[in-house]
Design a protein around this ligand. Structure first.
Ligand code: ZN
Length: 408
C-alpha cells in the first residue's frame, strides 16, 4: 500500500499548482449560456491535463445555445479503465458576478468565487488524484485507460451528455467517479450513492373567455380551474415516499373585465424510487382531459392539458454503487478520513450513467453555498466557497480508493 505520509507530502507540494489552476478556471466565466466562456474553460482544462498525457475531444452539444462537452482520454497498456466526470458550466451570468463583485477571494481557509465548489474545485481534485497516481503508482497509472468527461451544460437540462459518456466508455470500465462536492455530517465525509430523479411539467388550462359583466355565465374560468389543479398537484407530495412535487410558476388571464380563457402553471417533482417516480408521472398525466370548472349556462368544461417537459431518471441505491463505495470507506479508514454515504435530492451526471457503469459521486472537495453569489454586510448571506484544507485529504482518500479498486 502507498505510504500515506509520502502521498500527503506529494499532494501538498502540488497544491499551489492546483490552486493556481483553480484561480484561472474561476476567472473564466462559464455560465451555461455563455457559450464562448464554456468553450474557453474547456480549452484551458484540456491544457491542464495535457501534461498528464491526456488528449482532448470537443463534442458539440445537441443544443446550439450550449458550448461543447469535453472528453479527455489517456489510453493505458492494460485492460482496465476508469472514468471521471465533472462539468464546465456554472449558474452565474457575467453580469451577476460583476453586480455582486463575486470573484476569486481568499479569506482564511475559504476560497470564494463562482464555481469554486460547484465544480471547478472538483475538476482540480481530479487533476491532483491523477498527478498523484502518475507519480506514486506509475505501474497502475500506465496500465489504466483514463477517460474524463466534462459536461458543458450540467446546470441546465442536457440529456445528450449521457450518450457522450456511454458511447465512449471503454468495455472494462470499473467505475464512473463524479467530482461534485462532498457532503458533511459532523466529522464524516459523505459520498453520494443515490440521487433523486426529476421531471418538470406544465399544466395548461383552456377555458372559455366571456364578458365579465354582460355574459359571465358563458365563461369557463381557466384560472379557477388551474387553482384547483395546483392544489391537487401539490398534494401529491408524500414525505413517506421521499416524493416532492413543487408548483413553481403560474400565470393566466389578461384584463379584469374578462373571464380568463387560459392559465398555465409549471413545476417539477423529484423521487429516489423509480416506482414512485413512474406513479407520480402517471398521476400527473391522468389529469389530462375535461375539468370540473364549467360555464354556468351550458356546462362547457375547462380543458386540462398536462405535459412532461424534461426528465432525468432517478439514480436509486444499487449494489454496484454500494460495492464501489466500500472501496472509499476502507480507504478513508486507512487514511484517517472518516467516510459515510448519502442519498441526495439534487441531480448530477450520475443520473445519466449509473446504470451503464458503477457510479460514485461526491468525490470533490468540501465547500458550501453553491449557486449563491450574494454577500451581506452582516454575514447572513455568503457566496459560494470551497475550503482550501479539503483538497489534499480528499485527493489522498480518492487516490487510495482508486488503487484499491484497481487491485480488485
Ligand atoms: Zn455541479
Amino acid at each position: 500500500m502507498l505510504n500515506i505520509t509520502t502521498l500527503n507530502q506529494f499532494l501538498e507540494g502540488q497544491l499551489p499548482n492546483a490552486l493556481e489552476m483553480l484561480r484561472r478556471m474561476v476567472g473564466i466565466n462559464s455560465f451555461t449560456l455563455n457559450r464562448e466562456g464554456v468553450k474557453q474553460l474547456g480549452q484551458f482544462t484540456a491544457e491542464c491535463f495535457a501534461p498528464l498525457g491526456f488528449t482532448a475531444e470537443f463534442v458539440p452539444s445537441t443544443k446550439p445555445q450550449f458550448g461543447p462537452h469535453l472528453a479527455l482520454t489517456r489510453p493505458g497498456n492494460g485492460s482496465k479503465s476508469i472514468a471521471m466526470v465533472s462539468h464546465l458550466d456554472t449558474v452565474f451570468p457575467p453580469e451577476e458576478e460583476k453586480q455582486n463583485n463575486f470573484r476569486w477571494q481568499i479569506e482564511g481557509d475559504r476560497i470564494f468565487g463562482p464555481g469554486t465548489n460547484d465544480i471547478k474545485g472538483g475538476t482540480v481534485v481530479m487533476w491532483l488524484v491523477l498527478a498523484a497516481l502518475q507519480k506514486m503508482a506509475p505501474t497502475e497509472f500506465e496500465a489504466t485507460t483514463w477517460k474524463l468527461f466534462l459536461n458543458s451544460s450540467e446546470e441546465m437540462y442536457s440529456p445528450d451528455f449521457g450518450d457522450v459518456c456511454r458511447t465512449r466508455l471503454a468495455a472494462n470500465t470499473l467505475a464512473a467517479l463524479i467530482f461534485e462536492s462532498e457532503g458533511r455530517l459532523g466529522n464524516e465525509h459523505l459520498m453520494v450513492v443515490a440521487r433523486k430523479g426529476r421531471a418538470s411539467w406544465r399544466v395548461t388550462v383552456t377555458g372559455r373567455g366571456a364578458h365579465a359583466g354582460s355574459s359571465h355565465g358563458q365563461g369557463a374560468n381557466a384560472i379557477v380551474q388551474l387553482a384547483r389543479m395546483t392544489d391537487r398537484i401539490a398534494a401529491l407530495t408524500d414525505s413517506s415516499k421521499d416524493l416532492t412535487v413543487n408548483v413553481a410558476t403560474i400565470s393566466g388571464g389578461t384584463v379584469l373585465n374578462r373571464v380568463p380563457h387560459e392559465a398555465v402553471a409549471e413545476g417539477e417533482f423529484r423521487a429516489f424510487s423509480p416506482e414512485v417516480y413512474q406513479q407520480t408521472k402517471s398521476a400527473l398525466l391522468a389529469m389530462n382531459g375535461p375539468g370540473d370548472v364549467q360555464a354556468r349556462v351550458d356546462r362547457f368544461p375547462c380543458q386540462i392539458k398536462v405535459e412532461i417537459l424534461t426528465e432525468s431518471r432517478p439514480w436509486p441505491r444499487n449494489a454496484a454503487t454500494d460495492r464501489l463505495y466500500e472501496c472509499w470507506r476502507q480507504a478513508g479508514e486507512q487514511a484517517g478520513y472518516p467516510t459515510n454515504l448519502q442519498e441526495r435530492g439534487g441531480l448530477s451526471d450520475g443520473n445519466l450513467i449509473w446504470d451503464a457503469v458503477p457510479t460514485l459521486d461526491g468525490l470533490g472537495p468540501w465547500g458550501d453555498n453553491s449557486h449563491c453569489s450574494e454577500r451581506s454586510a452582516d454575514g447572513s448571506k455568503l457566496p459560494e466557497y470551497v475550503e482550501r484544507g479539503s483538497f489534499v485529504p480528499k485527493a489522498a482518500a480518492n487516490t487510495l480508493a482508486i488503487l484499491a479498486l484497481l487491485s480488485t
